[in-house]
Design a protein around this ligand. Structure first.
Ligand SMILES: Cc1cc2nc3c(=O)[nH]c(=O)nc-3n(C[C@H](O)[C@H](O)[C@H](O)COP(=O)(O)O)c2cc1C
Length: 341
């Protein structure tokens, strides 16, 4: 696919969603019709806006007993690194109020193992596959992207510049200069859509989003986990051996919605909202804030059918509120009511 074409398509998605903003929902007109759930991200037409979040859906095979993976909008697999990684020593997760802390440490089979052992199954699916990658250097990010560019069945690349659980994992996503460098290097290496995944562990996420957009990103995913800590008061020790971990789940949703909303004001790229989505209405919050698609993460641990339930919930909301498609909702949060005395 030609890069220029992808860019044009992704812009038109933003424009068309804007044009549709003025279209008021019409319960009569849409009565009895199934809403159109299609969206376009980074030039990729998706049958619906529900994806799986990296690291919470394995390599897909683990979920085949539960539902047909072709029903998903896109699949994003666990971060792939240049070499296989065993990850951090256990315990690697701790439950917290309305969420969990994890410190997996990017356990994965490495790029060669991924291509050899995991990709063949994923290639059998009709659902677009986005491969999430993390390099130790700008060059390694570019090299990983190159090794995926000629792999059949890879529709796009998500850049994990935001992992809080490995040394240096947050460097690229918290410094706008490094964000620019890594996105630029990958952009120049591949014609596949490039989707940096932003970290919430910054003061102003819009600065990082702008840097990624300037470097040629096709879309942005946000957010990765938030650095947190939990202490066992009986032992008086941290619950995770590395002291801190990444917080995910419903506890982070308001932060994620806020960040999507902030980034939507400054960057004209399709956004993929992530953070604590458990239901269709949670996903709708992200669409209203400006996301064109969503990823379901921690919810997969509670219920392997979560992505399907989120999808059904989105459809039910659209029907209930008289929308004939999902795109007219994107970025249409209304102004708050004026303050009353
Ligand atoms: C156990 C676990 C492992 C994760 N591993 C990765 C990973 O390998 N790469 C990545 O980009 N994000 C990873 N994430 C972050 C999720 O993809 C997602 O951005 C985050 O959890 C917020 O979404 P959620 O609240 O719906 O889980 C992981 C999250 C969890 C809970």
């Amino acid at each position: 696919m030609v890069k220029g074409k992808q860019k044009k398509r992704s812009r038109s998605t933003v424009h068309s969603s804007r044009k549709q903003r003025s279209r008021a929902p019409d319960r009569e007109r849409t009565r009895g019709k199934r809403p159109d759930l299609r969206v376009e991200i980074a030039g990729l037409p998706l049958k619906n806006p529900v994806m799986t979040a990296s690291g919470t859906f394995g390599y897909g095979t683990e979920f085949t007993p539960f539902f047909d993976l072709n029903a998903l909008g896109a699949i994003i697999v666990k971060t792939v690194t240049m070499h296989p990684r065993l990850g951090n020593a256990p315990p690697r997760i701790a439950e917290t109020a309305a969420g969990m802390l994890n410190s997996i440490g990017l356990q994965n089979v490495g790029i060669d193992g991924f291509r050899r052992e995991k990709l063949p199954f994923l290639q059998t699916l009709a659902t677009p596959l986005l491969v999430n990658i993390a390099g130790k250097s700008v060059e390694e990010f570019a090299d990983l992207a190159k090794r995926l560019s000629d792999a059949e069945g890879v529709a796009g690349i998500e850049l994990n510049i935001s992992c809080p659980n490995v040394a240096g994992g947050l460097d690229y996503g918290t410094d706008p200069r490094l964000t620019y460098e890594v996105v630029r290097a990958v952009r120049q290496t591949t014609t596949l859509p490039v989707i940096p995944k932003l970290s919430p562990n910054v003061t102003d996420v819009t600065v990082i989003a702008r840097a990624a957009a300037d470097a040629g990103a096709d879309a942005l995913s946000l957010i990765n986990t938030i650095v947190g800590m939990a202490i066992d008061v009986r032992t008086r020790k941290p619950k995770l051996p590395g002291n801190t971990g990444g917080l995910s789940g419903p506890a982070i949703r308001p932060i994620a919605v806020r960040m999507v909303w902030e980034v939507a004001q400054v960057v004209k790229l399709p956004l993929i909202g992530i953070g604590g989505i458990m239901t269709g209405e949670d996903a709708i919050e992200f669409f209203l804030a400006g996301a064109s698609a969503v990823q379901v993460g921690t919810a997969n641990y509670l219920d392997p059918l979560a992505p399907m339930k989120v999808l059904a919930g989105i459809e039910a909301y659209l029907i209930r509120h008289g929308f004939d498609a999902v795109t007219p909702l994107i970025g249409t949060v209304l102004p708050p009511d004026p303050e009353t005395e």
